[in-house]
Write a protein that binds this ligand. Structure first.
Ligand code: OGA
Ligand code: NI
Length: 343
């Protein structure tokens, strides 16, 4: 059983296995006062054309935006955050027990990354991962404790999935893709990651998550009121300011592939802090494993930059190389002639 960061909670100094080499450390973190300039978009308006313009602009500039008036109730967002915090506050053995019933390991609890056993350095996060589909087939393996967990997170998943479909419809219209382009296989296997970043004794030496792109179409994040998520833009790390009851949306790698680099998956990371634990719920819109991901034929007037791949082949490769963006890129590039997935 791997060690959870939350079980190290009261350590006074950072265990050596979490200390990053100097060039990968976040350095001394000073959160700039005031609001970050990640765009905040109001989805409650009626001017569809205008909202599409805003989404496209934010996507081009940042690959990130926040949404308000998105239709998911504040009560449901609060209840979800409360219940997932309660989950991470349970004793480690109960948490592992609740996540060990799924023979397919779709529901699992791990620390740092899915490569904990083989990675040299760990990150300061615990993660509960399971399907974002709330049918009995999947939900039977979700934690049954806290007792409200399945009901609350099930309702949350349904609503966030609908919000995701809506946002993807707007993006496909903005990209001039056919309506419903993302609504089939490309969004069939949503996944929830419940991230917990305990207080960290030495935040300048480690990270909650390293610099990465999400291997999703888009990701919809609910953050609590503690800062930590940062977006890389023009050589700087910009903090995504927590806004009560807003969702953070970011573009993932699959979307970048589909639109042949017109919009890029955004690079981001998570920093820790010494005063407050932080909890987030990431809803990844993922294709089914058998879906083919490739640049949309109607979009590509330039040569396609990526070769066609089954999502599961992309995903396995991504997970094995995610810390190395160049290696991932090489694997999916259209210049890569190896087709057996071994490269
Ligand atoms: C992720 C992620 C951000 C956060 O789950 O991939 O980037 O703030 N999460 O937890
Ligand atoms: Ni991410």
């Amino acid at each position: 059983m791997e060690g959870l960061v939350s079980s190290l909670f009261d350590v006074q100094s950072l265990p050596e296995t979490y200390v990053l080499p100097p060039e990968k450390r976040p350095g001394n973190l000073i959160f700039p006062p005031g609001k970050s300039n990640i765009p905040v978009l109001d989805l409650g308006g009626h001017d569809r054309h205008e909202i599409i313009q805003q989404i496209m602009k934010a996507s081009e500039e940042f690959g990130f935006f926040q949404v308000i008036n998105h239709g998911v109730s504040k009560e449901l967002m609060d209840e979800t955050m409360n219940v997932v915090k309660e989950f991470h506050a349970m004793p480690a053995k109960d948490k592992f027990l609740e996540c060990s019933k799924d023979p397919n390991r779709n529901c699992k609890l791990y620390s740092s990354s899915e490569k904990y056993a083989t990675e040299e350095i760990h990150y300061w996060r615990d993660c509960l991962m399971h399907s974002g589909l709330s049918t009995e087939e999947y939900m039977q393996f979700w934690p049954a404790k806290p007792t409200r967990y399945r009901e609350v997170v099930g309702t949350y998943s349904n609503e966030v999935r609908q919000l995701g479909s809506r946002i993807l419809e707007l993006i496909s219209e903005g990209l001039k893709l056919s309506s419903g382009y993302f609504s089939g296989g490309l969004s069939r296997s949503p996944t929830i990651l419940i991230n917990h970043y305990p207080r960290c004794p030495e935040p300048s030496l480690t990270l909650g998550l390293p610099r990465h792109r999400d291997p999703s179409v888009i990701t919809i994040i609910l953050q609590d009121d503690v800062q930590g998520l940062q977006v890389y833009k023009d050589g700087e790390w910009i903090t995504v300011e927590p806004l009560p009851h807003a969702f953070v949306v970011n573009l993932g790698y699959v979307l970048q592939i589909v639109n042949n680099d017109k919009l890029n998956g955004a690079e981001h990371r998570v920093v820790t802090n010494s005063s407050d634990a932080r909890t987030t719920v990431s809803f990844f819109i993922y294709p089914s494993g058998e879906s083919i991901i490739e640049p949309a034929k109607t979009l590509v007037c330039d040569p396609p930059l990526y070769r066609a791949l089954k999502f599961k082949d992309f995903h396995v490769n991504f997970l094995s190389k995610s810390a190395d963006a160049d290696a991932v890129h090489k694997f999916i590039s259209s210049k890569n002639c190896f087709i057996n997935g071994e490269n």
